[in-house]
Design a protein around this ligand. Structure first.
Ligand SMILES: Cc1cc2nc3c(=O)[nH]c(=O)nc-3n(C[C@H](O)[C@H](O)[C@H](O)COP(=O)(O)OP(=O)(O)OC[C@H]3O[C@@H](n4cnc5c(N)ncnc54)[C@H](O)[C@@H]3O)c2cc1C
Length: 254
């Protein structure tokens, strides 16, 4: 599709006005993530801005993506949070994924046909992310994951969960790896849909992984080198959160 950054941002502005603002109060009151909007947002191309053409993106800069977020946040911060987390996962796949991983997942993520979650936090590991207890242990032809994640944005709506695990439990941040876990993986369970004070149109859940077996090819980056990758992904997340903050501020002034 031949579209300029300005046109795409304007589409986000109009979409927010026509489709998000009218239901924003209801979403907030009912703590509901509006899945019915995913398809139209996908068709309008909001997921694709900053990614390369070869993977279905529009090859725009990140600024374009953040202006889209800002416009959506003016209607609903929770809906824009969906993008922030989805893009963190997409970014690290683009940067660190093998050709086979990109071939398998990237285009669907860029086009928004699949939604991703980026799951680091646990009950006892928030700011201190390296303190996680979820463990991935080597088994024949793959890895077995056990643990419970908290505060999983896009929990229950994601198709792919990017899950940070300890692979060398005694090595702190130097013993962490990142795995791509398909929602259909046996043993993966989304539990507890959080009631929050804000971002109420964003799905926030727990994620339980019980003896989840994933293949070797689901390891993103090298074994024990995942912490740097996860932190790298958070950079885009922080910029995204800023865009949401600015959107909320602007609409408050308006
Ligand atoms: C709406 C929402 C969505 C989220 N989505 C995701 C997600 O998709 N994926 C994910 O992995 N996580 C997610 N999180 C979790 C988020 O990353 C954590 O809340 C964050 O890392 C802070 O961790 P915590 O809540 O355990 O707070 P804590 O780490 O317990 O911190 C509590 C307070 O103590 C302060 N503090 C912590 N350590 C220190 C210290 N050493 N010295 C001084 N002060 C300190 C902190 O600044 C904070 O004010 C989400 C959270 C929210 C609220």
């Amino acid at each position: 599709m031949n579209i300029s950054s300005e046109e795409l941002i304007l589409k986000a502005k109009n979409f927010t006005k026509e489709n998000i603002k009218p239901i924003a109060k209801e979403l907030d009151e009912s703590n509901r993530c509006p899945k019915e909007l995913f398809d139209p947002m996908r068709k309008l191309g909001f997921f694709r801005a900053q990614y390369p053409l070869e993977y279905g993106g529009y090859d725009m800069d990140y600024k374009s993506a953040f202006y889209i977020l800002k416009e959506i946040a003016k209607g609903s911060a929770g809906i824009s949070l969906l993008y922030v987390v989805h893009w963190m996962a997409t970014d690290v796949l683009l940067k660190y994924g093998t050709e086979s991983q990109k071939k398998k997942y990237l285009k669907d993520l860029v086009e928004g046909k699949k939604i991703a979650a980026y799951s680091i936090s646990e009950a006892t590991a928030g700011s201190d992310a390296a303190g996680i207890k979820t463990v991935a242990e080597k088994v024949e032809n793959g890895w077995k994951i056990n643990g419970t994640k908290y505060f999983v944005t896009n929990g229950g709506i994601a198709d792919l969960y990017f899950v940070m695990c300890k692979t060398s439990p005694n090595k702190g941040a130097k013993g962490i790896s990142l795995f791509i876990v398909d929602k259909e993986t046996y043993g993966l369970d989304v539990t507890y849909y959080a009631e929050k004070m804000g971002f109420r149109s964003s799905a926030t859940t727990n994620l339980v992984l019980k003896d989840c077996i994933v293949s070797e090819d689901n390891l993103l980056g090298k074994e024990d080198k995942g912490f740097e990758i996860v932190l790298d992904g958070l950079v885009g997340g922080r910029l995204g959160m800023s865009a949401i903050g600015i959107g909320i501020g602007e609409v408050a002034l308006e």
